[in-house]
Design a protein around this ligand. Structure first.
Ligand code: ADP
Ligand code: MG
Length: 339
């Protein structure tokens, strides 16, 4: 069988099936943003790893090494945020092709460490190899959480409200502007620069994740592949459906007003990946607590028992929400080489 027949998530499910005998020491295994390992009754380790590959996740024609380092840290920190954890240490493994200079590696680590330090995370180790063709960055992030506070993808229940932090679609729009080679960076509007920065230097929502884990969120995931896709993961793990109100999806002023994009703002917000916002659910009884915390989050819908993802427009008519996020093997929309 070809891998494209399974797709990325079918392939992961297949790997997961072989781990069904999960150990008691691993309360969270494959299928969440990070794994959890019980070290002692008092200490739970969170661990996650994410790879960035040249030509798939980034293009060196418009990604500087500082930003690449920053983003490599940020995408992994975001998975710790999505569990409600505190990041502690990172390991970085690099596969470096010919032609990359020492200065570029220095810049990569300057960016990586700037992001890691901003979230009080240390670089504790890694690995360095040559690579025949493309630059490969693999980061492992370790963090901790109280076991009872860990927020999983699987805790959503019908009736819970659905929220997302920040705004969606900015990163995908920023990527398109970067690819649009007609304009140099200098000629770009302030709005366009903001969208590009959101793509190159995402901000992991560590603080919000911790607050949400303190008895507010019932389920949580970070938006890395796109709202429709990541909402699908959360609902699948929870065994629920969701109704999303189209006109509630938070869209930034910059995304609404920027010129030179092919799609609508709404399109980027629904299907664009790499915003690294937190998508979470809150039981009605905890809504007051959420309102009392300083978290920039917007209510975008509700968890249902239907098992289906639906998008409701302003008139209340519903359509099924296709899961059009990124899949490495399905031949669909790709993050780094969509042309
Ligand atoms: P995220 O987008 O949050 O990084 P992924 O979609 O990459 O999550 O992965 C989903 C789940 O599958 C995670 O629990 C991850 O650890 C697991 N996973 C992905 N690839 C593999 C693999 N090759 N072997 C074991 N587990 C994997
Ligand atoms: Mg994630």
């Amino acid at each position: 069988m070809k891998i494209s027949q399974l797709g990325e998530f079918g392939l992961i499910d297949r790997i997961r099936a072989s781990t069904a005998h999960a150990s008691r020491r691993i309360p969270v295994g494959i299928g969440d943003d990070a794994a959890a390992l019980t070290l002692s009754p008092a200490a739970t380790l969170l661990a996650t790893t994410d790879m960035l590959i040249e030509g798939v996740h980034f293009d060196l024609a418009f990604t500087d090494f500082y930003s690449l380092g920053w983003k490599s840290a940020a995408v992994n920190l975001s998975d710790i945020a999505a569990m409600g954890g505190v990041p502690r240490a990172a390991l970085t493994a690099l596969g470096i092709p010919r032609g990359v200079t020492v200065h570029q590696v220095d810049e990569f680590y300057r960016g990586f460490l700037a992001c890691a330090r901003a979230y009080r995370t240390a670089l504790a180790g890694g690995d360095t190899c040559s690579s025949p063709h493309s630059l490969i960055v693999s980061v492992t992030m370790l963090g901790e959480a109280k076991r009872s506070r860990i927020v999983r993808r699987s805790g959503a229940r019908p009736g819970d409200r659905l929220f997302v932090t920040g705004t969606l679609g900015d990163s995908a729009a920023g990527l398109e502007l970067l690819r649009n080679a007609e304009y140099g960076m200098r000629n770009r509007s302030e709005g366009a620069k903001k969208l590009i920065t959101r793509h190159l230097r995402p901000a992991p929502r560590i603080e919000w994740g911790r607050k949400l884990a303190a008895g507010i969120a019932s389920a949580m995931i970070d938006v890395s592949d796109g709202l429709s896709s990541d909402l699908g993961h959360l609902c699948d793990e929870s065994g629920v459906g969701a109704d999303v109100l189209a006109d509630r999806i938070p869209i930034s002023r910059e995304l609404r007003s920027v010129k030179g994009l092919h799609g609508t703002a709404h399109h980027y917000a629904l299907t664009g990946g790499e915003d690294y916002e937190l998508l979470f659910t809150v039981p009605p009884a905890r809504l007051k607590m959420l309102a009392s915390r300083r978290i920039a989050a917007t209510e975008i819908g509700r968890v249902t028992a239907s098992g289906k993802l639906r998008l409701l427009d302003a008139e209340g008519s519903a359509r099924l929400l296709p899961r059009t996020g990124y899949d490495h093997f399905a031949g669909g929309a790709r993050r780094g080489d969509r042309r």
